[in-house]
Ligand binder design. Structure first.
Ligand code: TMP
Length: 396
């Protein structure tokens, strides 16, 4: 049975930046109700009614994983680690985006799966065998027939985007070799609860995983978690190493350790999520109060990073042009468009001092270190950043 614990109101598709604002674009803008449920049987946290993936992963998909230095480095590191540890003959990535992970592999030894056609084109052009399709049983069979079994399947921030996890794991078990490893990483519910980062919930994050939930789901597919890591990427993620039940791998001690910490943190109890929901409502009140106060003092406030997360914050808290002047983002294809739902203009990075910015809300709070490093001059000049994670505050 699934029970709702959080209602984040009507939300747009986070990736649908508007090119212009007029009656026809506004009429076409799609909204859905973002309610979050907890499954009392397997402990999985999910969106109650996910958006149809065909609406989300289109050929205008804006996000480019290679935009951030932090992410480039972290993909290079994990690619090298996996190559060294598992020595795969054939690898595959599910959700390869613009190839930020793939580029660390020899073109002949890795397959890319990416349903957004604009992104698939990028890796295809670079010579990587790329399937511009959604990951499912049919595709797994097709790949198996053409290339044989795969030794390493990697996926970052993609598995949690797929509504039907049964299909995902079934497809994986079809083409994974006997001692192959399926490594995937996605936002971690333990970090969401700890950081009060309710903005991890948006249309693409159909599920936010715990180790207990994944462990329960894998059972039906004769797959097991052999190792896990808690990561700082994306504001707190979990990486799972999954293999077949009868593979050569033993389960690492860390799996038990994380499982115990989840039990201690009561991630298997509905009451934990209910309490979290109250903290989220309070966070909304605090953020709106702070922004209103700054507005009354005629402070110039912008938002840094046109992130999907900030779409959840702005739409849930009803923050629009009255409270935030505009948004800056380094991603070219987000620039000079408008944020979904609240329609804030997205500008390229600016000289924050010249533009007389007083405060910048960290829409990309998960990159706060990288951003604060970049904007040292702004800070030195008296400029300040605002965050809502883990609590609403002005960073000093
Ligand atoms: P993400 O959290 O979904 O990866 O999005 C991060 C966004 O923040 C992405 O659009 C790029 C933007 N960004 C900047 O504009 N400047 C920066 O310095 C960093 C690190 C990110």
């Amino acid at each position: 049975m699934k029970k709702i614990f959080l209602n984040l109101s009507k939300q747009p598709i986070t990736n649908s930046y508007l090119k212009n604002i007029n009656s026809s674009t506004l009429k076409r803008e799609f909204f859905y109700n973002l309610s979050i449920v907890f499954d009392l049987n397997n402990y999985l946290v999910s969106i109650k009614k996910p958006v149809n993936p065909e609406k989300q992963y289109t050929d205008t998909y804006a996000h480019r994983a290679s935009q951030s230095k932090t992410m480039n480095l972290s993909f290079k590191k994990i690619a090298n680690k996996l190559k060294k540890k598992f020595r795969p003959t054939l690898s595959m990535e599910i959700g390869s985006n613009d190839g930020v992970f793939l580029k660390n592999f020899n073109k002949n030894n890795i397959i890319a799966v990416e349903p957004c056609k604009n992104l698939a084109k990028i890796t295809n052009k670079k010579g990587y065998l790329t399937y511009d399709k959604f990951w499912d049983v049919n595709l797994a069979k097709q790949i198996l027939k053409k290339k044989g079994k795969v030794d390493l399947i990697y996926s970052a921030n993609t598995i949690s985007h797929i509504p039907n996890l049964k299909e995902v794991f079934k497809a994986v078990s079809i083409c994974l070799s006997n001692n192959g490893v399926f490594v995937f990483e996605d936002p971690y519910i333990g970090s969401v609860i700890k950081n009060n980062s309710y903005d991890q919930f948006y249309d693409e994050h159909v599920h936010v995983f715990s180790l207990m939930a994944i462990s329960n789901l894998l059972k039906a597919h004769k797959l097991k978690i052999i190792d896990t890591e808690i990561l700082s990427t994306h504001g707190g993620s979990i990486r799972f190493y999954v293999a077949k039940n009868d593979s050569k791998y033993k389960i690492s001690k860390f799996v038990k350790k994380i499982q115990n910490s989840e039990i201690r943190g009561k991630l298997n109890k509905f009451s934990t999520y209910k309490k979290f929901s109250l903290r989220v409502q309070n966070s909304k009140k605090q953020l709106v109060k702070l922004l209103k106060k700054l507005n009354e003092k005629n402070k110039k406030v912008i938002s840094y990073g046109a992130t999907y997360k900030s779409a959840t914050v702005f739409n849930y808290c009803n923050i629009d042009k009255r409270l935030i002047d505009y948004v800056v983002d380094s991603t070219k294809n987000k620039q000079w468009k408008y944020t979904p739902g609240k329609h804030l203009l997205i500008k390229p990075p600016i000289d924050m001092i010249k533009e007389k910015i007083d405060y910048a809300f960290l829409g990309a709070w998960n990159f706060s270190k990288e951003i604060m490093n970049k904007e040292k001059k702004f800070i030195k000049n008296g400029g300040k950043f605002i965050t809502h994670v883990p609590k609403v505050k002005i960073l000093r």
